[in-house]
Ligand binder design. Structure first.
Ligand code: NAD
Ligand code: ZN
Length: 614
C-alpha cells in the first residue's frame, strides 16, 4: 500500500513532480511492483489526479473516502474489508525503495519469534553526530532481539560513557503490519508519547504492541523538498551532484572543482626494480599472514618472471586470466577463496599484470576489509574501511590504473569503479623490463588508452593547470613513441610506463571524455576490451577531436595497426539502444567533453549513427 496525499505541507504536489520523465508517485509504484514481493500493490490517495495517473498506466489505485491524519490511517481504511495477512506501507515519496530493504522487513515474519510480532519496520545505523542530534531524524532503541524499545527525536541513548560505543539507529518509514495490528491502530486514540514526539509508531508501543526492527545499510532518498527532487533527478540520470559521506552531504567528487585525493605514497622505477620486491615486502610481513600474488596468467609460461617472485612460507600465487574485463563477482570469489583458506587477513595483495590485474588487486584488498559484495561499493566514496596493504606492478603500460583512485569493475548493473581514498596502491613497482613481451597490437591499444586520456583531459572543459602539467607531458611522450619513433625499444618501454603514470594523474584532476563514454557502451553490450574499444571509437571521433584523430590515424599507419570494422552492424535494435543509453549516462564525461549544456549538443541519433560507422 502506497499512501499518497496530494497536499504535502512542505512541498505541495510533490508526488506529481517530474522525476526523470515520470511523476514521483509512478516511480514509487513501479519500484514497488518491480520487487515482485507483493501479491498486489495499490496507491491509496485522496487525489483524483494521482488516482487517474496511476490507473492510466494500468496500475491499481484506491480513493480514500475519509480525511486522514496519517498514512497508516489511510491504509487501514483501504484494507479494512480486504482479506489479507500482511500489509506493507511504502511511502509515496520514496521512489528509490529497493527490494533488499522490503525483503528484510518481510523476512522477520518468517523467524522463530514471528508469533510475537505485530509489525515490523526498518532501521539503519548512523554515526554522524549532527545527524544523530537532528530532530528530523527519528532514532530507535531495540532490545537484544531487535524489538523496538522506544523511538525518539532526541539522541537516544544518551552517551554518558563515551567509551561505551553506543550504536545509533535511524528509523526508516517502511512498515509491515499484521492486519489486526493495523486495524487496532486505526481505532485507538493517540496517547501522550506520540502526541509529544509526533512519531506514529509510538502509538503501537504505548498500547503494548511488539515492533521488530530489521537492519539495512541502504540509504534511500526521500523527496521532502525541491532540492531532494533535484538530487533524485540527478541520481536517476546518473548525474549526481553530491554524495553522502558519514551522513554529511558533500560535493560529488566528479563535479567539485577542488579535489583532495591521495597519491601513491611509494614508487620505485627502473629496470631491475622488480628484483627489489623481497626487500620492499619484508617490513610489511605480519606473523602467519601470507602475501597473496595475483598474477596475469600470461606469465604462467614465463619462468624468468615467476621464478623471481619472492614467495615465502604460506604465501600464495594465483594466476588470473585477463581475457575479459574484471567483474564484481570475480572479486567476491577471490575474497571468499582467500578468507576460506587463511584464518587471518593477508599481509598484502600484490597485483602483477595490466589494468585488469591492477584493478583486481585493488578491489580484492578493499573487499577483504569491507563487508558484503563488491557491487555494493561501485561508486564514489562508498568504501568505509582501509584496505589491506596492496602493491601494483604493471606489466603493460597505458591505463594509468597503477596510479588511479579507482578499480573499474563490471557489476550486475553497470561498469563503474570502486572510487575511494583507500583504493590507490600503497606501493607501485615500475620496471619497464616487465613489459618486454607485450604483443605489438596490445602495446598499441593500451598505449592509446594513455594517448586518449591526454586528449580528453587536455580538450575537456574541466582542464586546469594540474591536469595540463601531467597531460601535456604524457601526450608528448606518446608522440615520441608512436608517431616520431625516435626511441630505442628500451627507451620506449620506460617512456610509455611514465606516460601511463602521467596520463593517469592528468585525469585524476579532470575527467575522460567522449571516447571513453562511447567505449563504455561498446564494452557493456559487446564485452569489447577497454584498450581496443577506445581505439575503435576514437578512430571515428573527428568531429570531437579533429587534430588528434588525424594524429591517431597516422600512428595507426606507422605502427601497422588495423582495427576491426563494422562491429555494430549486426546489432539488434535493442542492443543499439542499450549501447547509446550506456554512453549517454556517462554524464560527467560528456560534461567534460562538451560543457554543462552538453545535452543540447549531443543526441541519441548522433551517437547511433557514430556507432553504426564503427
Ligand atoms: P589487460 O590487463 O586486460 O591486458 C591486456 C592483455 O595484455 C592481456 O591479454 C594480458 O594478458 C596481456 N599482457 C599484460 N602484460 C603482458 C606482458 N608483459 N606480456 C605479454 N602480455 C601481457 O589490459 P590493459 O589495457 O592494461 O587494462 C585494461 C583494463 O584496465 C580494463 O579492464 C579497464 O577497465 C581498466 N582500466 C582501469 C583504469 C583505472 O584507473 N583503474 C584506467 C583505465 C583502464
Ligand atoms: Zn581509459
Amino acid at each position: 500500500m502506497i499512501p499518497a496525499r496530494y497536499a504535502a505541507s512542505r512541498f505541495p504536489g510533490k508526488l506529481m513532480q517530474d522525476l526523470a520523465g515520470k511523476p514521483v508517485i509512478v516511480r514509487t509504484y513501479e519500484a514497488a511492483k518491480e520487487t515482485n514481493l507483493f501479491d498486489e500493490v495499490y496507491v491509496v490517495t485522496d487525489s483524483n489526479i494521482i488516482y487517474e495517473t496511476i490507473t492510466s498506466i494500468g496500475g491499481k489505485a484506491l480513493m480514500s473516502v475519509k480525511e486522514h491524519e496519517c498514512g497508516s490511517d489511510r491504509i487501514a481504511e483501504a484494507v479494512e474489508h480486504m482479506d489479507i495477512d500482511i500489509v506493507v506501507n511504502v511511502q509515496g515519496d520514496e521512489p528509490f525503495t529497493e527490494k533488499e530493504s522490503l525483503k528484510k522487513v518481510l523476512e522477520v515474519f518468517e523467524g522463530d519469534d514471528a508469533d510475537k510480532i505485530d509489525l515490523a519496520s526498518l532501521m539503519t545505523e548512523i554515526s554522524d553526530w549532527e545527524e544523530i542530534s537532528d530532530p528530523n531524524t527519528v532514532k530507535v532503541l531495540t532490545d537484544k532481539d531487535n524489538f523496538a524499545l522506544y523511538f525518539s527525536r532526541s539522541p537516544i541513548p544518551y552517551p554518558r560513557d563515551k567509551n561505551a560505543c553506543a550504536k545509533y539507529y535511524k528509523h526508516k518509514g517502511i512498515y509491515a503490519f499484521r492486519k489486526a495490528a493495523l486495524m487496532d491502530f486505526y481505532r485507538l486514540p493517540m496517547r501522550p508519547l506520540e502526541a509529544s514526539e509526533k512519531i506514529e509508531c509510538l502509538r503501537y508501543l504505548e498500547y503494548g504492541k511488539n515492533i521488530k526492527m530489521a537492519i539495512t545499510d541502504v540509504e534511500g532518498i526521500e523527496i521532502d523538498t525541491p532540492e531532494d527532487l533535484e538530487k533524485a533527478n540527478r541520481v536517476l540520470t546518473g548525474n549526481v551532484s553530491s554524495v553522502k559521506v558519514n551522513g554529511q552531504e558533500i560535493d560529488h567528487p566528479v563535479y567539485s572543482k577542488l579535489r583532495n585525493f591521495p597519491m601513491v605514497p611509494k614508487v620505485i622505477f627502473g629496470e631491475g626494480a622488480f628484483n627489489q620486491l623481497h626487500h620492499i615486502l619484508s617490513p610489511q610481513r605480519k606473523k602467519n599472514a601470507p602475501f597473496i600474488f595475483l598474477v596475469d596468467d600470461v606469465f604462467e609460461n614465463q619462468p624468468e618472471v615467476v621464478n623471481r617472485l619472492p614467495l615465502e612460507l604460506n604465501d600464495k600465487l594465483i594466476f588470473i586470466s585477463a581475457a575479459s574485463e574484471p567483474t564484481t563477482m570475480q572479486v567476491d570469489n577471490l575474497v571468499e577463496k582467500i578468507k576460506t583458506e587463511f584464518p587471518v587477513l593477508p599481509s598484502g595483495i600484490i597485483g602483477i599484470g595490466g589494468g585488469t590485474l591492477m584493478d583486481l588487486a585493488k578491489a580484492v584488498s578493499l573487499m577483504l576489509t569491507n563487508p558484503g559484495g563488491a557491487a555494493k561499493y561501485q561508486g564514489w566514496d562508498l568504501i568505509k574501511n582501509k584496505a589491506v596493504y596492496h602493491v601494483g606492478i604493471p606489466t603493460i603500460s597505458g591505463t594509468g590504473a597503477e596510479v588511479s583512485r579507482t578499480a573499474v569493475l563490471l557489476g550486475p548493473d553497470r561498469k563503474l569503479g570502486l572510487n575511494s581514498d583507500f583504493t590507490p596502491f600503497d606501493q607501485v613497482v615500475l620496471d619497464p623490463e616487465l613489459t618486454k613481451n607485450v604483443p605489438a597490437d596490445q602495446w598499441f591499444y593500451t598505449g592509446m588508452d594513455c594517448f586518449i586520456h591526454c586528449v580528453e583531459s587536455l580538450n575537456g572543459t574541466f582542464i586546469n593547470a594540474f591536469s595540463k602539467s601531467y597531460g601535456e607531458k604524457a601526450y608528448d611522450m606518446c608522440l615520441d613513441i608512436f608517431y616520431k619513433g625516435n626511441l630505442s625499444e628500451n627507451e620506449a618501454r620506460a617512456q610509455l610506463m611514465m606516460a601511463s603514470w602521467h596520463g593517469g594523474m592528468s585525469i585524476a584532476y579532470s575527467q575522460v571524455g567522449a571516447a571513453h563514454a562511447m567505449s563504455y557502451g561498446l564494452s557493456y553490450v559487446l564485452g569489447t576490451k577497454h584498450g581496443i574499444g577506445n581505439c575503435i571509437v576514437f578512430n571515428h571521433l573527428e568531429e570531437f577531436y579533429p587534430e588528434d584523430v588525424a594524429v591517431f590515424h597516422e600512428m595507426m599507419k606507422k605502427q601497422g595497426i588495423e582495427l576491426p570494422e563494422g562491429i555494430c552492424r549486426d546489432l539488434t535494435e535493442e542492443q543499439l539502444e542499450k549501447m547509446v543509453s550506456v554512453a549517454m549516462n556517462m554524464t560527467p564525461l560528456w560534461e567534460n567533453a562538451l560543457g554543462a549544456d552538453w545535452k543540447e549538443k549531443i543526441t541519441n541519433e548522433r551517437l547511433r549513427s557514430l556507432y553504426l560507422k564503427m
